[in-house]
Ligand binder design. Structure first.
Ligand code: FAD
Length: 400
């Protein structure tokens, strides 16, 4: 019988293994992961797990006995090398495992801050459960907390830190890479109203301290006192194995519309994969649970004999204490936006268009809009500006 090796036991690796069984695959399934414990999900790490409202049970993707029941072998360890000619991997401890299909689900790692002092004690990042455990302990003792980076992780950390913090963002708006200016502005107001200090257009030039961090030096020369600094400046895809194996890498492991690399036996999914995104019309790498889960399902189906091009709609959510943002579609090169709902009350949606076609809907505290948007995006043709205008930009009304 055939063997599928999945490298990386995070969101997408776990899902690939589970979906192989759902699809009736009866061969061996081995899930190799270098983090301790059973596979867990990351979203609570910067939300409920941080503020103590979610525990270990909320992190785990399945209880331990699930893996025995489904005959999924969890292999603790780190894969050091892929030998494509021999269709075999080597783990760091020397163990070798053969495969018929290999699924790279290696995720991403945090970018580091390229400034002096970035390695001082008290300078932390957030990606893994271990990171979150360290942060929780540090938060208890910290007086002055500075978050570097106003993306989703930095802002979620601020929202769930349980105290006022300072967020320093180099761009002139929050969430600049992923959200519309209207949403950026709302979240700056939201966090300021919660008591946080939000500094935009402000870089960090150095971290100071004797062994332990004491201050953050800003590009305008100011120094902020800090005894805990959270660096949240984005991630880099974990592509070292793919590179070692001689596969194409360009901002992620390059895959085709079937999420297959240049080697027909090797797939790549989740945060580490750069795939031809139908909605973006370009090679894209996404960092979301939806992307990890749907790509895993697609590859599992392909291995089990149901091969179809990957075309799932990208969607995303973030929860920032009192403000839940949900995004459907991909926001790239929008040339027109419409705001619907009640912006003042913090319940509204931003509809983004390109060439008069709807490309993304960002909803703040408006789940029905998000659900309607996801249904609209899966229907063809994509809604046009004029058609939505005729329904006063009411997505639910337009669906009927
Ligand atoms: P990961 O989950 O990162 O899994 C990759 C795994 O592979 C890791 O365990 C890694 O250690 C392991 N690995 C790497 N190389 C090797 C190797 N050579 N050998 C063995 N193991 C290896 N998304 C949302 O949609 N909504 C949210 O609210 C949200 N919140 C988030 C909050 C935080 C704090 C973080 C960090 C992410 C959040 N995300 C959220 C993003 C989402 O969690 C990721 O997109 C998702 O985890 C990607 O899954 P993945 O399997 O590709 O990568």
């Amino acid at each position: 019988s055939e063997t599928v090796l999945v490298v990386g036991a995070g969101q997408s690796g776990f899902q690939a293994a589970a979906s192989l069984r759902d699809k009736g695959f009866t061969g061996r399934v081995e899930l190799i992961g270098d983090e301790p414990g059973v596979p867990y999900q990351r979203p609570p790490l910067s939300k409920g797990y941080l503020d103590g409202t979610a525990g270990d049970e909320q992190l785990r993707l399945r209880p331990e006995d699930f893996f025995a029941e489904k005959d999924i072998r969890l292999v603790p360890g780190r894969v050091a090398e892929v030998d494509r000619a021999a269709t075999r991997v080597r783990l760091e401890d020397g163990r070798r495992l053969d495969y018929d299909y290999l699924v790279l689900a290696t995720g991403a790692r945090n970018r580091t801050l390229p400034v002096p002092g970035a390695d001082l004690d008290g300078v932390l990042m957030l990606r893994t459960r271990d990171d979150a455990d360290r942060l929780r302990v540090s938060l208890e003792a910290a007086r002055d907390v500075v978050v570097i980076g106003g993306g989703f992780i930095g802002l979620e950390f601020a929202a769930h830190a349980g105290r006022p913090v300072t967020v320093v963002e180099a761009q002139d708006r929050l969430l600049a890479r992923v959200a519309s200016p209207e949403i950026s502005e709302f979240f700056a107001e939201h966090h300021r109203a919660a008591g946080h200090t939000v500094l935009l257009g402000t870089g960090v030039t150095a971290l100071h301290g004797a062994g332990r961090v004491e201050a953050v030096e800003l590009s305008d020369g100011r120094r902020l006192p800090a005894d805990l600094v959270v660096v949240a400046v984005g991630v880099l895809p974990e592509t070292s194995l793919a590179e070692q194996a001689g596969l194409d890498v360009a901002n992620g492991v390059v895959v085709d519309e079937h999420l297959c690399t240049g080697d027909p036996k090797i797939f790549a999914i989740g945060d580490c994969a750069s795939f031809p995104c139908v909605q973006a019309g370009a090679a894209t790498r996404l960092e979301s649970v939806q992307n990890a889960v749907d790509q895993a399902r697609s590859v599992a189906a392909a291995i089990a004999g149901e091969r179809a091009p990957y075309d799932s709609l990208p969607w995303f959510w973030t929860d920032q204490t009192g403000a839940k943002l949900q995004i459907a579609g991909i926001l790239s090169a929008a040339d027109r936006t419409v705001v619907t709902g009640d912006r003042e009350a913090g319940r509204f949606s931003v509809l983004s268009f390109r060439d008069d076609v709807l490309i993304a809907v960002e909803s703040v505290n408006r789940p029905p809009d998000h659900i309607a948007a996801r249904r609209l995006f899966t229907a063809e043709p994509r809604p046009a500006y004029a058609d939505l205008e005729a329904d006063a930009f009411d997505l639910k009304a337009h669906l009927k």
